[in-house]
Design a protein around this ligand. Structure first.
Ligand SMILES: N[C@@H](CCC(=O)N[C@@H](CS)C(=O)NCC(=O)O)C(=O)O
Length: 217
């Protein structure tokens, strides 16, 4: 039995971006049954939740009583479980791991900083000063990624894998910017990954769950 815990609701700017999307997408691609569980947005500091997730973050993954956090670790675990999520050749699986880490540790931090500045620290007096340098660094990393991808459809082994789930969901973080404009290698790649039925189902599931838990006016 697989269960994914996420927050019950978030403000609109985070709709379609919550990281439970990565796990929903992988599970849909793999055809593995799972259930969603919900922690109140303000309940993540409760000792009971902290005991399970030391940083109070989502998502939390549970499989047959074993719990995991960190989406990268969980995606790699799922890649071991399903041929739909990883290329078969050992060398290609190494590439998959490399690119998953590239997404989460080389690209994501810079894009996440943009979100922090644009959405969480908007209007603060120091925000404008930090924004230009942060944007330059994010654009530099995205340009490097586009050059490395060179128009290929997938990151590893010539086929879809958890590396693409990580990278696509990371690229979505700056959907409110024009950073991908002028980088067709990334824009086309992201759009193709997002067109996959499993992604569409996962996204619809996240949005429906958020809507269902929306605070009553
Ligand atoms: N590195 C973690 C990041 C998880 C994360 O940042 N989750 C967000 C929601 S999408 C969260 O819980 N943020 C609240 C916080 O960091 O306190 C992972 O990939 O699982």
């Amino acid at each position: 039995m697989i269960a994914v815990t996420t927050v019950d609701w978030v403000p609109p700017f985070a709709h379609g971006l919550l990281r439970d999307l990565r796990l929903r997408w992988a599970l849909e691609e793999a055809g593995l049954p799972y259930e969603m569980r919900f922690v109140p947005l303000n309940g993540r500091d409760e000792p009971a939740y902290r005991a399970r997730q030391p940083f109070g973050q989502i998502p939390l993954y549970e499989e047959d009583g074993k719990e995991m956090f960190e989406t990268g670790a969980i995606l790699l675990h799922l890649a071991e479980k399903s041929d739909a999520l990883a290329p078969p050749a050992p060398a290609d699986r190494i590439d998959m791991t490399v690119w998953l880490f590239a997404a989460l540790s080389t690209i994501e931090p810079h894009l996440q900083q943009i979100v922090m500045l644009d959405l969480f620290h908007k209007g603060k007096d120091w925000q404008a000063g930090a924004r230009a340098e942060t944007e330059a660094m994010a654009r530099k990393r995205l340009g490097e990624l586009a050059a490395a991808m060179g128009g290929r459809d997938f990151l590893a082994g010539g086929r879809f894998s958890v590396a693409d789930i990580a990278m696509t969901t990371v690229l979505r973080i700056v959907g409110h910017t024009d950073f991908l404009t002028g980088l067709p290698a990334l824009g086309v790649y992201k759009a193709a990954c997002e067109a996959r039925p499993a992604f569409q189902k996962a996204l619809a599931g996240q949005l429906a769950d958020i809507e269902r838990h929306a605070p009553k006016e």
